[in-house]
Write a protein that binds this ligand. Structure first.
Ligand SMILES: NC(=O)c1ccc[n+]([C@@H]2O[C@H](COP(=O)([O-])OP(=O)(O)OC[C@H]3O[C@@H](n4cnc5c(N)ncnc54)[C@H](OP(=O)(O)O)[C@@H]3O)[C@@H](O)[C@H]2O)c1
Length: 311
């Protein structure tokens, strides 16, 4: 195994929509642009484009493995075509979307068995052209019905850690999943939850020592009427100040398929005041700040300070 580097990024960058980008050159710009902008923790999954997202990332980042931290997942059934041949993948996707009534049905299925976990990790390692994953997540277990399989596969996760193939593991799921299934569902070293009205309650329940990350931040703000007006863009600095004000030891996972937005996000992260976030590498400390969903703008700069900015 390679020497394990110490990348402790403040925010993560999600590649969950990379497979929506038809142009290979544009996909390269997104992945390379993120890392060049300092967004060096990448969130991926085999299910993002049937391996396309992982394979593209592995190809683009060849020789730069030590600069990045890679999180991937398993459990949502994924094919292999996207990782093998993007032209056939997009053609097949078009045909399935047009003619197959079951198109997209795999997102409703889960397989968290030990065999699937091990097979999926081997495939992810191959596509990402690496011999270790920084994080491995159970990908969105949905309720109590999925919990027994998750618990049964924890032993295999620990074995993957002992073998050095996985540095840490956890569950990435909706906040409501964790709350419904209780503390026992937060297996492993990491909890990746969705920013929601209920997530402060969840974070208070995460055991000390576990790392936390969160997706759905911009969607949450848009859903609460805090997105930019038509044609506007988020003021990432204010978005991140808002986030870290509530989750100081949690790493937000943000995303964009627009290179200019990625560069802007990178600059906002670079220019954040020191000490605003404790960083994902720090031991978890549950925030106890009360949550007021309707008062999203940072209170420090006045209640009307916008999270969005005009072009
Ligand atoms: N269970 C899981 O593990 C799970 C689930 C969901 C997501 N994730 C991860 O989290 C990452 C982030 O996904 P997310 O859903 O949480 O994203 P998010 O950060 O909440 O939102 C990002 C999306 O918002 C769009 N956006 C930016 N500005 C906007 C505006 N002014 N109006 C409308 N849309 C705007 C971006 O589109 P543009 O591309 O056009 O900029 C981008 O696609 C994913 O890529 C994935 O890696 C994980």
């Amino acid at each position: 195994m390679q020497d394990v580097h110490q990348v402790q990024p403040l925010i993560g960058f999600g590649l969950g929509r990379l497979h929506h980008v038809l142009s290979r050159r544009q996909r390269e710009r997104i992945v390379r642009g993120a890392v060049d902008a300092g967004l060096t923790h990448l969130d991926l999954a085999p299910a993002y484009g049937d391996g396309l997202c992982e394979a593209e990332t592995g190809r683009v980042l060849q020789g730069r493995r030590m600069q990045v931290s890679l999180a991937t997942k398993f459990g949502i059934p994924a094919g292999a075509l996207g990782g093998r041949n993007t032209t056939f993948y997009f053609a097949s996707k078009f045909l399935r979307r047009t003619f197959s009534p079951s198109y997209g049905g795999e997102y409703g299925l889960r397989d968290f068995s030990t065999e699937t976990a091990i097979r999926s990790v081997e495939q992810s390692l191959r596509r990402l052209r690496t011999d270790y994953l920084d994080c491995l997540f159970f990908h969105e277990p949905r309720g109590l019905a999925d919990l027994p399989a998750v618990l049964e596969t924890v032993e295999a996760m620990e074995r993957l850690k002992r073998d050095g193939k996985v540095l840490r593991f956890g569950v990435s799921a909706s906040t409501d999943y964790f709350l419904a299934c209780g503390g026992g569902s937060m297996v492993g070293d990491m909890v990746q939850f969705e920013v929601a009205d209920t997530s402060p309650a969840l974070v208070d329940q995460v055991a000390k020592g576990k790392r936390t990350s969160a997706f759905g931040l911009l969607r949450f703000l848009i859903g609460h009427g805090e997105g930019p007006p038509r044609g506007g863009r988020f003021d990432y600095r204010r978005v991140l100040e808002w986030f870290f004000g509530r989750y100081p030891a949690t790493m937000p996972i943000l995303a964009s398929n627009r290179p200019e937005e990625i560069a802007r996000l990178g600059r906002a992260v670079r220019d954040l005041p020191a000490g605003l976030a404790m960083g994902s590498g720090c031991p978890h400390q549950a925030p106890t700040i009360p949550f007021r969903a309707r008062r999203l703008p940072s209170q420090r700069n006045g209640p009307d300070a916008p999270l969005a900015q005009s072009r």
